[in-house]
Design a protein around this ligand. Sequence first.
Ligand code: ADP
Ligand code: MG
Ligand code: MG
Length: 253
Amino acid sequence: MLEIRNLHVELEEGGKPILKGLDLTVEAGRVHAIMGPNGSGKSTLSYVLAGREGYVVTQGSARLDGEDILAMEPEERAAAGLFLAFQYPVEIPGVGNMTFLRTALNAQRKARGEEEISSGDFLRLVREKARALNIDAEMLKRPINVGFSGGEKKRNEILQMAVLEPRMCILDETDSGLDVDAMRLVADGVNALRDAGRAFLVITHYQRLLDHIVPDVVHIMADGRIVRSGGPDLALEVETNGYAGILGAGAAA
Ligand code: ADP
Ligand code: MG
Ligand code: MG
């Protein structure tokens, strides 16, 4: 589903190389985790895939179902089925959550040549998804993210994911750290949305999220590349030996 080949990315300002020949293949129906020390380029990878400005791809490719996503506008990427959780972490005063969600859904439909969803159908859809994920529909009436707790923001992101039904979901947990409840919430949401036609890339610095979202494949990223891949046990190895231990072992092997 997602195929990244020899991806090289540098910062637009200053030209510092961040990704240095990254290879990654994520198959449909699977959950891949990327772990790695701080500063290894994990967030940069998710930003580049989502089309955030400020990064220059100097070499390599990223394809979603064979289509060159790096050549697409961010909205086209979303229409192609790519979703970056936490891509809308901003507070948008005055824009209701429902309005935002409906606008996003309709933009996606339009890009796919589909008709806009009616307000009745949209309401039904959101209520159904919210119910399935145990999300309080009251939250939906509030301006997006304004005054949301960390847990509510996560809940909202999971709901966005459920409504937009992306096929390739990228979650960057960043290094800010989720509390246990927020982590559970994200994990339950992801697990509920696991599906044979959908793939996840879960980016996390810490092993603990992977206690709840058990990945099929774990990759270790260091200095802009994937340096080791393995099964879920690899995450436990990180927990036991730290990145220094893992990367040392990788170099020796
Ligand atoms: P990770 O998510 O693995 O912690 P990042 O992708 O956030 O890593 O960062 C990789 C490297 O790129 C770090 O050295 C970071 O300081 C640098 N970097 C990323 N984005 C920027 C930016 N916009 N300006 C300056 N440095 C950046
Ligand atoms: Mg970091
Ligand atoms: Mg990061």
